[in-house]
Design a protein around this ligand. Structure first.
Ligand code: SF4
Ligand code: SF4
Length: 377
């Protein structure tokens, strides 16, 4: 383990690189950056010397030492559909490597319908639609409509600024009419932290989008119109306590902007994709991995999202979670074969072992982290 470094923040060291450069920041893919390769990402994380960390930073050994010889899934409760990598923003920390240039990876209608057919073969109660900016997929409204018609709880993972784009301005009311929960990402309730991750001017746009959601009835305690905010740390450290942050955010956003929301979820940053690039460039990779490994919390394992969520990619391939999807680590049947959403069988899915690697420490650190926020309350 190297010396302990002070926790660097995106808005400190990276303000110069991330904040100023964000309007022109491109995806790893568009820049031809070495980390555009998912193999390279996995190698980069795996080769960090963690020989002095517990179990040398080996996730499988760490799980086994806590009684989890295999990480096996439970029943599928959440059917998560990633409709593509196209996004109107190019945030510095993005684990998807999304951006305006990612126009090729886009779920088509046939695959969206295959997702709905597969959904009907599960008992999942929730359909979680994500991206990129999922609203930019031409089949987004079809998918949401059909999932809502089936009586599912539908989540739209929204970056807020997308709601201001031409063609999307009716979306708050459209989603409200279908009782869709908005899970809106916002790095921080103050301008500085948000603009450092997402680019100058993002905070103002996000506030405007939140006002529109409030005007459509969201965020005011109606369980059919739940507005959830999602935050991740602006730097190489773990988030503070979710409940305490929620109290601070609620009072800050209402006091300074008159904005209401229902709940706050906090996520750990995963050492993949553009956040991994930032960790490397800022010299924080070894430090951050040591933080994740040394903060392993065994009580989060039962609640890991790979145990109750299925993640389907834009092309119909199936993953244990969205993070594995972004690392191109598909879910595997007992015989080693991959799944496709067209031919999912519940029995084969239930028999699989979750695919893990060192990045998984991002989910088990501290209070734990999942698409539903902290695993421990
Ligand atoms: S973090 Fe979200 S909003 Fe930002 S580029 Fe990635 S998908 Fe888009
Ligand atoms: S990244 Fe997290 S959710 Fe995904 S397989 Fe690893 S532990 Fe499970």
């Amino acid at each position: 383990m190297s010396e302990t470094r002070p926790a660097a923040t995106l808005d400190a060291r990276a303000a110069a690189t991330a904040g100023a450069a964000l309007p022109t920041l491109k995806s790893l893919r568009a820049r031809g950056a070495p980390l555009a390769s998912t193999d390279r990402q996995l190698e980069t994380v795996a080769r960090v010397d963690l020989s002095r960390a517990p179990f040398e930073g080996d996730f499988a050994r760490t799980l086994a030492a806590h009684g989890w010889q295999e990480l096996r899934p439970g029943a599928i409760e959440i059917f998560q559909i990633n409709v593509g990598k196209l996004c109107n923003m190019t945030c510095r920390h993005c684990h998807v490597d999304a951006g305006p240039d990612r126009v090729e990876e886009m779920m088509d209608l046939a695959t969206a319908d295959a997702c709905l057919t597969a959904l009907d073969r599960t008992n999942a109660h929730t359909v979680d639609v994500t991206g990129g900016a999922p609203e930019l997929n031409p089949n987004f409204r079809h998918l949401v409509d059909e999932a809502a018609r089936r009586g599912k709880h539908v989540i739209d993972r929204c970056n807020l600024t997308v709601l201001l784009l031409p063609g999307q301005r009716d979306l708050p009311e459209w989603l409200a009419a279908r009782g869709v929960e908005i899970v809106a990402s916002l790095p921080h309730w103050r301008r500085r932290g948000t603009d450092a991750q997402r680019g100058g001017g993002t905070f103002e746009k996000s506030v405007e989008a939140l006002r529109r959601l409030n005007a459509a009835g969201y965020g005011k305690g109606d369980p059919r119109l739940r507005l959830t905010l999602l935050s991740n740390p602006v730097g190489a450290f773990l988030p503070a306590n979710q409940s305490a942050m929620e109290r601070e955010w609620k009072s800050g956003l209402e006091r300074e902007h008159g904005i209401l929301f229902d709940r706050l979820l906090v996520l750990n940053n995963m050492p993949i994709s553009r956040f991994l690039e930032w960790l490397e460039e800022s010299g924080n990779l070894e430090h951050y991995l040591n933080v994740l490994v040394s903060s392993f919390n065994a009580s989060t394992v039962a609640g890991l999202m790979c145990r109750n969520t299925l993640s389907v990619g834009w092309d119909g391939r199936v993953y244990d979670c969205d993070f594995n999807q972004m690392l191109d680590l598909p879910a595997r049947a007992r015989d080693g074969s991959e799944f496709h959403v067209r031919d999912l069988t519940a029995a084969a899915l239930a028999a699989r072992t979750v695919v893990t690697a060192r990045h998984c420490f991002g989910c088990t650190a501290g209070a734990g982290s999942s698409c539903g926020g902290a695993i421990e309350g």
